[in-house]
Design a protein around this ligand. Structure first.
Ligand code: ATP
Ligand code: MG
Length: 292
């Protein structure tokens, strides 16, 4: 089964959506079939991958209320190997509608059981809250990636998030790991950015990704063209940062991917996609022409 990574931080505007879109696109660029789940009613992931949320017939909302399966709602993006379960503004009502449902925190996990077999990675873009949508994401996930903006008060509120993760581990998902803490919007010119990075590293130690995402205007421009930054300006710092993050995550997950491939081969040799390599070698050249 593909690895499910939830991108979560209840603080707004720290780079969750940017990371979900660009990490998923960078993983897809290495020919790892990847699914983005947009579980934020703002639907920024959906528009950021080129879909108009208003044109979406079935979305995460219909999946959560049990109207359709994930397979029925998933759409292909323009990026090879990248699919999306789109969001829609009507997801705003889902938290209230789900309140009376049995096992309401496990709805997404159950919906994903079949769908995640098709992918190597599933990346979930959480909303800026610790409500039922984020709880569903943390319950469905193998790990959580926490973007932290290199700004004043970077660590503020993280205690609440860590506490939520602890509670989810105790009651809903004992396997939930921290994939890593990602410094975002890092401004190399500012001493503040370096101070924040040092503070975050002091607090989280080796859990902080070596990769740092710098503040880069190409990253901010790309969503208005409905493209991940890699497909908007492949040579930009932003594209390179997210490729580096994907490489780091692939390196950290080699064992997981190997085990997954073995079980997939046992289940059906046909399902092992096109003999791709799970070791992300420096020289690998994906089908779409990008060389890393
Ligand atoms: N590395 C970066 N360089 C420049 N701009 C960035 C970078 N990362 C994110 N941004 C911009 O910062 C804003 C907030 O980013 P994003 O939407 O990814 O945050 P978020 O955590 O998903 O927000 P929300 O909590 O509202 O869902 C966006 O306008 C985005 O384009
Ligand atoms: Mg967002």
């Amino acid at each position: 089964m593909g690895k499910v990574i939830a991108i979560a931080n209840q603080k707004g505007g720290v780079g969750k959506t940017t990371t979900a879109v660009n990490l998923a696109a960078s993983l897809a660029a290495t020919e790892h079939p990847t699914l983005i789940i947009d579980i934020d009613p703002q639907a920024n992931c959906t528009s950021g991958t080129g879909l108009d949320p208003r044109s979406v017939a079935s979305s995460t909302y219909e999946v959560l209320i049990g109207d359709v399966s994930i397979d029925e709602a998933v759409r292909q993006t323009n990026v090879p190997f990248l699919d999306i379960l789109p969001s829609h503004i009507n997801l705003v009502g889902a938290e209230i509608e789900m309140i009376d449902v049995m096992e309401r925190e496990r709805i997404l996990k159950n919906a994903l059981i079949q769908a995640r077999r098709k992918y190597d990675f599933v990346v979930i873009d959480c909303p800026p809250s610790l409500g039922l949508l984020t709880l569903n994401s943390l319950t469905a996930a193998n790990s959580v990636l926490i973007p932290v903006q290199a700004e004043y008060f970077a660590l503020e509120g993280l205690g609440q998030l860590l506490n939520t993760i602890k509670i989810v581990r105790q009651h809903l998902n004992p396997e939930l790991e921290i994939e890593g803490v990602l410094l975002t919007m890092f401004d190399t010119r500012l001493r503040l950015s370096n101070q924040v990075a040092a503070e975050v590293r002091r607090y989280f130690g080796t859990k902080v990704f070596r990769t740092i995402v710098q503040r880069n205007v190409r990253i901010a421009e790309a969503p208005s063209f409905g493209k991940p930054v890699l497909f908007y300006d492949a040579t930009s710092i932003g594209a390179r940062n997210y490729i580096a993050l994907a490489k780091e995550i692939l390196r950290n997950n080699q064992r997981y991917l190997r085990q997954y491939d073995e079980t997939r081969e046992e289940a059906s040799p046909m399902m092992n996609p096109n003999g791709k390599s799970d070791t992300f070698s420096e020289s690998s050249t994906p089908a779409n022409g990008f060389t890393f």
